[in-house]
Design a binder for this molecule. Structure first.
Ligand code: GTP
Ligand code: SPV
Ligand code: MN
Length: 633
């Protein structure tokens, strides 16, 4: 019955759009988007089935137009979810229910017939097909009563690129629509793409409704008690219930581009990774591209937009969170950023740490869970210098906040900006190249306060895969972990694997037979001294590490062997102009034997208990070699 009303054709919608733009209509009360008849039958069936189950009052198929955007924004302001940030151009503040602020790894499941296909050890959670059905039936029926069901056709990657994939997200959250509009390519072009190729990933999302029917924060409905995020790789199907925030609800991101994406990538022979992609040009004008996997809130956005302190270097950004990579016909590994925007960590972002992000985010941006200022601006830890003392600050919970005397942070540690990538002043000219950009090096890294040097290079591809597998990092606020503990986070993918990690390692190892593999490095910006101070200035100074990586890629003899891999030879890491090191440079390359004995035994234990006989031989061998080398240290 709802579909009967969705009569407007695509051209009709386009005409209406023009009329509304001419008249600058305010208070748009109704807008019907595009029509179901434009979609292929399998897509129409997915929408119809979801409608029958969720029982929304209305169905709206998004066309991605500006009028639609205005209409939804007004709706969100009216319901109190968004408020305008008058200091900037088209910027909005959202405050979530304080129980819905981060990804919920413990409630995220992969569904396969056999547990082994999906997870090993604690790397993910498994659910059987029957239990997934039950979980859906316990939550989704009638969950959209009284609400509009939005249908978002979206493309991960440039529309029509052979490396891109299409999805359709169904959601009852207009905030999710507005965020997906920034983070992915949505609308009519994608509908046309679906007409050419009807294959798509089914993404069903509802913010849910608590069992007692009481929505505590009407501006941010959710159901934290029953939140669940389900993935069924063999049907390319995602069902997410109960949360409206971040990776839980913007299903193109972690659910599709990483979890389902990694299973598609395995089948089709490519890689879907939690990696930034950057282009780096040296003073001689030569350019390479580098991909880097750091766990959540460990510096991907910062590195991807870095302003190098080394003169003559230029960084350009292709992506800050996800890379889809495959070998081309010449055996060159090429990567696309499947996203269209940045969903970046706000706290810590400032003119000193990330001036490029600061030039990107103050127009057309949705800020979530940051603090606000009385002059209509935003505030978070790290922005102290940007505000005069006389502006009043309201914290992310909506309470007055005073610097110095308030005991809690002004912004939530996982507060974020959602901003269009096209606005980044250093967006790479090739960032939308449908063929992707050629990758010459891969970096792994994490927050390691002790023992792990600033940079080292893998001896071989297999050694690099071992380094990825043994990655560890301090926990951050991006997920529900509260304590600051060093956690294993292999390939920065711990929460994002779509299939058995042992098989994933085999897949990575097999890349060597598919083409020319890039060099692999491990970096650590987060070493701390006895006083708990960072020993490396980081941010723009990380260009010194990239310079060394660049020279290694070019084949320069500027490395020496060590027990854990190649490190810069004497004087090879450029330190000219570096006058802000709190300790000597040598300290950044210390390899304490007792630390490494402990580290290796920790890795061994982890491999044994978590991966067991799924661990490929080649990785076991690398562990043995490392143990031998360390014992001789
Ligand atoms: P996700 O979006 O969660 O995947 O995270 P991300 O890896 O993109 O993290 P992001 O770049 O946003 O970094 C998060 C935090 O790391 C911020 O608080 C930064 O200030 C801090 N950070 C980034 N780079 C550096 C660095 O070189 N040194 C230090 N000390 N901190 C850094
Ligand atoms: C991460 O946690 O790695 C993020 C943020 O990039 S979210 O999209 O919420 O997963
Ligand atoms: Mn991420």
């Amino acid at each position: 019955m709802i579909f009967g009303k969705l009569q407007r054709s695509v051209t009709g919608a386009a005409k209406t759009l023009r009329v509304w733009q001419v008249h600058r209509v305010r208070n748009i009360t109704a807008y019907t988007g595009t029509s179901l008849t434009e979609l292929p039958p399998n897509a129409a069936a997915f929408i119809k089935n979801s409608e029958e189950m969720c029982q929304p009052d209305k169905v709206h198929i998004c066309d991605g137009s500006n009028v639609e955007n205005r209409w939804l924004t007004e709706k969100l302001v009216a319901q109190g979810t968004l408020s305008p940030l008058k200091k900037y151009e088209n910027c909005w503040l959202a405050r979530t229910n304080p129980s819905d602020v981060a990804r919920v790894e413990s409630k995220t499941f992969i569904c396969t017939e056999n547990k082994d296909e999906a997870v090993v050890g604690s790397l993910g959670n498994w659910i059987s097909p029957e239990n997934m059905k039950t979980a859906i039936n316990q939550r989704f029926p009638s969950c959209m009563k009284g609400r509009t069901m939005y249908v978002i056709p979206f493309s991960m990657g440039p529309v029509g690129s052979p490396l891109s994939k299409v999805g359709i997200e169904i959601t009852d959250s207009p905030y999710v629509v507005e965020s997906m509009r920034i983070m992915t390519r949505i609308g009519i072009d994608v509908v046309h793409q679906l007409q050419k190729n009807a294959e798509f990933v089914k993404c069903l999302h509802s913010v849910g409704r608590p069992e007692n029917g009481i929505v505590e924060f009407p501006a941010w409905p959710c159901d934290p008690a029953r939140t669940i995020i389900l993935h069924k790789p063999d049907e390319n199907f995602i069902a997410s219930y109960g949360s409206g925030y971040g990776g839980n609800s913007l299903l193109g991101k972690k659910c599709f581009a990483l979890r389902i994406g990694s299973t598609i990538a395995k089948r089709e022979g490519w890689l879907a990774e939690h990696m930034l992609i950057l282009g780096i040009t040296n003073p001689q004008g030569e350019k390479i591209y580098v991909a880097a996997a750091f766990p959540s809130a460990c510096g991907k956005t910062n590195l991807a937009m870095m302003t190098p302190t080394l003169p003559g270097y230029k960084i350009e950004c292709v992506g800050d969170d996800i890379a889809w990579m495959r070998f081309d016909e010449n055996g060159q590994l090429r990567a696309i950023n499947p996203e269209y925007g940045f969903f970046g960590v706000a706290p810590g972002t400032s003119k000193e740490t990330n001036p490029i992000a600061m030039q990107t985010i103050f127009k057309n941006t949705i800020f979530t869970n940051v603090a606000s200022t009385s002059d209509g601006g935003v505030y978070w830890e790290g922005l102290e210098k940007e505000h005069s003392a006389d502006v009043a600050i309201t914290d992310w919970l909506g309470k007055p906040w005073t610097k110095g005397s308030s005991k809690t942070p002004a912004a939530h540690a996982n507060s974020r900006f959602c901003t269009p990538a096209t606005q980044c002043p250093i967006i790479d000219p090739a960032w939308e190249d449908p063929r992707g950009v050629p990758i010459s090096a891969i970096l792994f890294g994490g927050r390691r306060p002790k023992g792990i040097p600033l940079v080292y290079e893998a001896r071989s591809w297999a050694h690099g895969v071992f380094i990825g597998a043994s990655m560890r990092s301090e926990s951050t606020a991006a997920a529900e972990h509260t304590k600051k503990v060093i956690m294993h986070d292999p390939f920065a993918m711990r929460p994002f694997f779509g299939y058995n990690f042992g098989k994933y390692l085999e897949h990575w190892l097999s890349m060597e037979n598919r083409g020319k593999v890039p060099k692999i490095f491990h970096v650590n910006w987060f070493l701390k001294n006895k006083d708990g101070k960072f020993m490396w200035p980081g941010f723009g100074e990380n260009s010194r590490v990239l310079d060394w990586v660049f020279r290694r890629v070019k084949g320069e003899n500027c490395a020496k062997d060590s027990a854990i891999g190649f490190v810069p030879s004497e004087g090879a890491l450029r330190t000219d102009g570096l006058d802000n090191l709190p300790e000597s440079l040598d300290k950044l390359f210390d390899l304490p034997k007792d630390f490494w004995l402990q580290e290796v035994s920790e890795i061994e234990k982890y491999f044994e208990t978590e991966i067991g006989n799924h661990l490929p031989n080649a990785v076991t061998k690398e562990l043995t070699y490392l143990k031998e080398r360390i014992s001789k240290m």
